[in-house]
Design a protein around this ligand. Structure first.
Ligand code: F6R
Length: 248
């Protein structure tokens, strides 16, 4: 892995958006699909803002993009404003020309009996289309990527997981209280993420400094699932100065 540190998350986000845009254009010139693994949360918001700007002002087309979101709460209705489905449409999909049938977000309404097969199908769809060309990540204070909480296995695939208590605390404001935060989620696995050809993890702000030190400088352990990224050969951590402040 390697790190790039920027003064502001704004400049950093614009560069990440440019990398994604270049990839979309390169694939499009070859008449190929571009498979993007996408994250929600506060970290990627400015990246999506810039991609929307490029679509509107520079004609960047998402017609060849197939997106796969990392995760969704379980249970969760897609019409709920707290859903990741809602988030992605609000911040990106409603403002660009991606084909609705090319949008994949884990379904928070899948029934318990269909869940197992649903997760296998999600995984297979990514593989069948040739694998993720680019995976955008944030990081949780527990060291989760996607919702792969501490204890997640290196080879894990898409599955349902139980959210860590710290993750639920961090989500509580958006749900107006921790009691309203779902206890479970569907998430792509560590194995799913690690099979991406390119990974960029965004880390902004002082609240991420401690976990980023463990992730980048600590030993690889299932207790900090993001440390698995140390074994990926094309991962970049894009940080602002606060997030990088604990690094040696
Ligand atoms: C979201 C996701 C999570 C977040 C992480 C950081 O789809 O997969 O891993 O990236 O919880 O969230 P923010 O960016 O809100 O600090």
């Amino acid at each position: 892995i390697h790190n790039v540190i920027f003064e502001s998350s704004h400049k950093a986000s614009i560069l990440v958006a440019q990398e994604i845009a270049n990839l979309i254009r390169e694939k499009s010139a070859l008449n190929k699909l571009c498979l993007l693994g996408l994250a929600t949360g506060s970290s990627p918001v400015k990246v999506y803002e810039e991609l929307v700007r490029m679509h509107k002002e520079e004609g960047l087309s998402f017609a060849n993009v197939v997106s796969f979101n990392l995760d969704e709460y379980l249970p969760m209705d897609r019409n709920n404003i707290q859903s990741y489905f809602y988030f992605m449409h609000e911040h990106l999909f409603n403002h660009v020309d991606i084909l609705p049938e090319n949008i994949n977000i884990p379904d928070g309404k899948v029934s318990a009996e269909d869940l197992y097969q649903y997760c296998i199908d999600y995984e297979m769809k990514i593989k069948t289309l040739g694998g993720l060309d680019f995976q955008l990540l944030g990081i949780g204070r527990t060291g989760h990527i996607g919702f792969n909480e501490p204890g997640s296995h290196f080879n894990s695939g898409t599955r349902s997981i139980t959210l860590d208590h710290i993750t639920r605390i961090d989500a509580a404001p958006a749900f107006l209280g921790i009691d309203n935060v779902p206890r479970k989620a569907i998430t792509m696995g560590i194995g799913t993420v690690m099979s991406a050809k390119r990974i960029v993890l965004l880390g902004w702000g002082i609240s991420k400094a401690k976990i980023l030190k463990k992730t980048i400088e600590g030993k690889i352990t299932s207790q900090v699932p993001a440390t698995y990224l140390q074994e990926h050969n094309n991962t970049t951590f894009v940080l602002d100065s606060d997030a990088s402040s604990e690094l040696t």
